[in-house]
Design a protein around this ligand. Structure first.
Ligand code: M6R
Length: 614
């Protein structure tokens, strides 16, 4: 939610900032803006809509060259997506410019206080409160760091603030609480950004910041302190992917590229985690094995696609470990007063590692003395840093707002965790684990096979382009796969779609079936799964009522064929692993429908990639 950039150094600041915003536009695209320090004054431009509008504005009204500035791409919270509400916001005297990600909860009280002092506000945003406060404080101290420290002492909520002062050359200052910010460390230049993708073209050396820290960058220094002024601990890290990973590489959309990257991404998640004898090696887990043996309940907490990955994980983890496992939406979790003890293991799943609800769930769990393991894709993000242990998915950057390789690599990490727990707790024999691991190692090749069969999915998308509603059915792990298929279609094709547990149909949803309604059905493996025949009956039930059936069944499933108006066949895998393959045609279908409808697949309306506010 919102992308922020700060730059100071030898390059043209406008170019660096615009390029950085382009790579972070997935975080929000309601408006974009920048402010540069030029000869002791602030020059700023901002425009509602996508970054292209700001670029056009800069062509029409250029800004002289500068080497110091801030930029912002917005996902609107307080105040509509207008030019005026776009960031940066300036203090009334125009001395400081500030950009913000997050929500300042007590902005109304501070605004009233400043207005009473005679300060006039230009926008409806909570952010302008911080800008005006910063203006007042710097007028008192003439010191941007001290002024920022005074500002954050007044604010409640979640925020990253990045600011420049017209009177202080070669300095950009930021503050961070519960909202992402990383430092990029260059030669004679330094960067601030919500995401490393913003500066990966210039440096792969970065610094992870902690909570409640202020960072001041000059071309040659990075100084980090805590909000109280004490020296802060930081963690430098090397970014292990390069610029090409953050570019489309010939694909029309990042989403399509990321769908096709799944075989490699899944292989990378598995890499180095399996011994020669097929046993799990999760040395990176910082939780003691003895402690894992005392766990008597597992709670998986996540949002959106990651939640559906968690639903699949529940089936696998309970089956392999016999430990009761619950799955919670992070936004509901702590409000339902969950039963958590020190022998509860909380597993959070988050691609971005910044989702506010998931982060709050971690804090709540740790307050109750539970151990928390994070499954995450983003090195240095807040969620892994605040967890007891982390399993990184190593999927590389996921830029399309609709999660794809994020989902399948989260599934792999969940399977690895489940098998590891079974190994540690002795609930599976070594050879059983080795045989499941061998199946997992074949997944990348089987995914390649599914991708090769994608022509029929593209044809189907052309056929169904004008549909008003599409249903997705599945049972067991096919149920979360159905939910995830429906979510993809909703979020990028703006098409009404629902996922249902096929066994629930007769309890209500079957009333939706009408002549020609498209229904996707994920069929469990034939012969090896007790639910196969029941799902075949479910297909017949909807077909008898006029539905057009699109059946995802494994190769050789002759019982499914007669009931499929369209058959999408999948390579044979164990039931628990089937979502890894079944989801690929559903992702491609959504991507193609959205493309044919002319929508922006990577930046669907109203959404942002990481939801850093509650
Ligand atoms: O970064 P996270 O995995 O924590 O994000 C969770 C959800 O916001 C995310 O999966 C969202 O549902 C995606 N847009 C789905 O495609």
């Amino acid at each position: 939610m919102c992308g922020i950039v700060g730059y100071v150094g030898h390059r043209d600041a406008q170019e660096v900032i615009i390029d950085g915003l382009r790579r972070m536009e997935y975080r929000g695209y309601d408006s974009a803006g920048l402010a540069l320090v030029v000869d002791g004054t602030i020059e700023w431009r901002k425009k509602a809509g996508k970054l292209a509008n700001l670029e056009a504005e800069l062509v029409e009204h250029p800004i002289p060259a500068s080497h110091q500035g801030v930029g912002h791409t917005r996902w609107a919270t307080h105040g509509g997506p207008t030019d005026v509400n776009a960031h940066p916001h300036l203090s009334a005297d125009g001395r400081v410019a500030l950009v913000h990600n997050g929500i300042i909860e007590n902005f109304a009280a501070i605004r009233a206080e400043l207005e009473a002092e005679g300060i006039t506000f230009a926008s409806e945003t909570d952010t302008e409160t911080a800008a005006q406060l910063l203006g007042r404080e710097i007028a008192r101290s003439d010191d941007l760091v001290a002024a920022m420290r005074a500002v954050v002492a007044r604010l409640e909520g979640a925020f990253t603030l990045v600011a420049v002062d017209a009177h202080t050359p070669d300095l950009v200052v930021a503050a961070r609480r519960n909202s992402p910010l990383v430092v990029g460390v260059g030669e004679g230049e330094n960067f601030l950004a919500s995401d490393v993708a913003s500066f990966i073209a210039h440096t792969r050396e970065a610094i992870e910041l902690g909570q409640d820290q202020i960072v001041a960058i000059t071309p040659t220094s990075v100084t980090v302190t805590n909000f109280d002024g004490s020296e802060a601990e930081t963690r430098p890290f090397h970014i292990d992917w390069d610029l090409s990973a953050a570019e489309k590489g010939g694909y029309d959309w990042f989403m399509r590229k990321e769908i096709f990257e799944q075989p490699q991404a899944v292989a990378d998640t598995l890499l180095g985690r399996i011994d020669d004898d097929g046993q799990l090696n999760l040395d990176e887990m910082r939780i003691d094995q003895a402690e894992l043996r005392t766990i008597d309940k597992i709670i998986i907490v996540a949002c959106g696609t990651a939640y559906y990955a968690g639903m699949v994980a529940k089936y696998a983890i309970e089956h392999w470990t016999r430990v009761p496992c619950e799955v919670d939406l992070a936004s509901e979790f702590r409000y339902r007063d969950p039963i958590i003890t020190k022998s509860t293991l909380v597993v959070t799943i988050s691609q971005s590692g910044e989702t506010a609800d998931t982060l709050m769930a971690i804090r709540h769990s740790r307050e109750q003395h539970a151990k928390v393991i994070a499954i995450c894709n983003t090195n240095g993000a807040t969620i892994p840093r605040e967890s007891d242990a982390v399993i990184y998915t190593h999927a590389g950057p996921e830029i399309g707002v609709a999660s794809t390789k994020g989902f399948t690599t989260q599934l792999i990490a969940c399977y690895l965790l489940g098998l590891y727990l079974a190994q540690v707790r002795g609930t599976k024999f070594g050879d059983e684990i080795a045989s499941l691991v061998a199946e997992l190692e074949q997944i990348p090749a089987k995914m390649e096979e599914v991708l090769k069969r994608s022509d029929s999915v593209l044809e189907l998308a052309r056929d169904l382009i004008d549909e008003q509603s599409i249903l997705f059915l599945g049972r067991h792990v096919g149920y979360p796969a159905a939910l995830e298929g429906a979510l993809k279609l909703k979020e990028i094709a703006y098409l009404h779609a629902e996922g249902f547990a096929a066994g629930e149909l007769k309890h209500g949803p079957i009333a939706l079936i009408d002549e020609g309604l498209p229904v996707f059905i994920v069929v469990p493996p034939q012969g090896r799964d007790q639910l196969h025949d029941k799902v075949i009956s479910n297909i017949q039930e909807v077909r008898a009522r006029g539905a057009r059936t699109i059946v995802l069944a494994e190769d050789g499933d002759d019982e499914a064929v007669p009931y499929a108006d369209t058959l999408l066949s999948l390579p044979v895998v164990p039931t628990l692993f089937q979502p890894l393959l079944a989801i690929i045609p559903l992702q491609l279908f959504a991507c193609e429908v959205a493309t044919l409808k002319g929508y922006d697949v990577d930046q669907p309306r109203n959404l942002a990639k990481s939801v850093t506010v509650e």
